[in-house]
Design a protein around this ligand. Structure first.
Ligand SMILES: C[S@@+](CC[C@H](N)C(=O)[O-])C[C@H]1O[C@@H](n2cnc3c(N)ncnc32)[C@H](O)[C@@H]1O
Length: 338
């Protein structure tokens, strides 16, 4: 078993040799080293985040022996990096395994990582579950950096604002990040301070629904069915040159339901209406069961209903550290010219 794990890790590492050289030349030191079932171990991922290797399990915990095999492999393949293991195989993806001693210190130590010459804060363990930078979204951030110069950019479900920081670094004229999680926006603000940004991005702590409806000019009532909604920041209608929409799979709030399987249009329509005529909207859907063509058809129909046209569409695909067996990666990113 352990021998075979070493073999799988070695094959995945060898498959990334060229990519790692390219990423290093682009000042990127955060990438996936092992990608679960596609590379032979369902539910196991290994990521490099700067000088740390983050091992995560999502189906069942690693045995002590497998963890030792992993540590030994990367100690040789990438010497000098510290390995931290987060077992997320239990309910709600909560990190279950306790760490002790040096590992605990290493896991909670603040670090810097780099992607496309942009610096980001990183901590292997923090109050939340997910790493502060989602690595499969690098292709999206790369594209945003190519598109952003002189543009106004709206980053929805911004989390730690990676997309917004990348846009600002690449010369966006104006960047707005929207998320309701104060703690995530705080990391985003720290990330903004960390980089020598030519502008000051804006951070709006708000539910995305009222923010989008206001930007789109649809308005957000304060009372619905005789129930007063929680307060929300008041915003003027505004359209952006580039809008990035990357919602979670499912989330319910007093303002609406984020449901990427059953109701993408609930977000897509106001996001489209917040995109300037001649602008671009990048939509993401990370639900594996949603087939990309069916999803794009749904976006087309929804755009027609909203009285807007999708002039062209293009797929942005995750980079080679996120291989997919069937050419259908779970994360779908559609760039729409509207
Ligand atoms: C999967 S993350 C998005 C990742 C992000 N786009 C990135 O570039 O890393 C989901 C984010 O959506 C936020 N969120 C979920 N529902 C929300 C809502 N109704 N309004 C605002 N933010 C919401 C969460 O706080 C979380 O930061």
């Amino acid at each position: 078993m352990s021998d075979s794990l070493t073999g799988l890790l070695a094959a995945a590492f060898a498959a990334r040799a060229e990519l790692m050289t390219r990423l290093s030349a682009e000042q990127t030191d955060a990438y996936r080293l092992f990608h679960g079932s596609v590379e032979g171990r369902p539910g196991l991922t290994v990521d490099r985040y700067g000088d740390l290797i983050l091992v995560q399990t999502f189906h069942r915990p690693l045995t002590a022996n497998d963890l030792a095999v992993l540590e030994a492999f990367y100690a040789e393949a990438l010497p000098g990096l510290v390995t931290v293991y987060n077992d997320r195989s239990q309910d709600n993806s909560r990190i279950a395994n306790p760490l002790e001693g040096e590992r605990k210190v290493a896991a909670h130590a603040p670090r810097l990582i780099h992607e496309l010459a942009v610096a980001y804060h990183f901590q292997a363990r923090h109050a939340g579950q997910d790493p502060w930078l989602f690595l499969d979204l690098r292709a999206g951030r790369r594209r945003v950096m190519q598109e952003a110069a002189d543009k106004s950019v709206l980053n929805l479900f911004a989390y730690t604002c990676g997309v917004g920081i990348a846009a600002a670094k690449a010369g966006a004229r104006f960047v707005v990040n929207v998320d309701f999680a104060e703690s995530s926006l705080k990391v985003g603000k720290d990330n903004a301070r960390l980089n020598d940004l030519p502008i000051r991005p804006r951070f709006i702590q708000s539910d995305v629904f009222p923010a989008l409806r206001q930007f789109a000019g649809l308005g957000q009532p304060e009372v619905v069915r005789r129930k007063r909604l929680p307060p929300f920041p008041k915003l003027e209608p505004q359209q952006f040159d580039l809008v990035f929409l990357d919602p979670p799979r499912y989330a319910k709030s007093p303002f609406g339901v984020v449901d990427l399987v059953n109701d993408y249009p609930a977000l897509f329509k106001p996001a489209l209406l917040s995109t300037a005529e001649g602008g671009k909207l990048i939509c993401c859907n990370n639900v594996a069961e949603v087939a990309r063509e069916a999803w794009l058809d749904q976006l087309q129909r929804s755009a027609r209903k909203a009285g807007r046209e999708i002039r062209e569409s293009e797929w942005i695909v995750p980079e080679a550290d996120f291989p997919s067996a069937d050419g259908k990666p779970p994360l779908k990113m559609a760039l729409l010219r509207v």
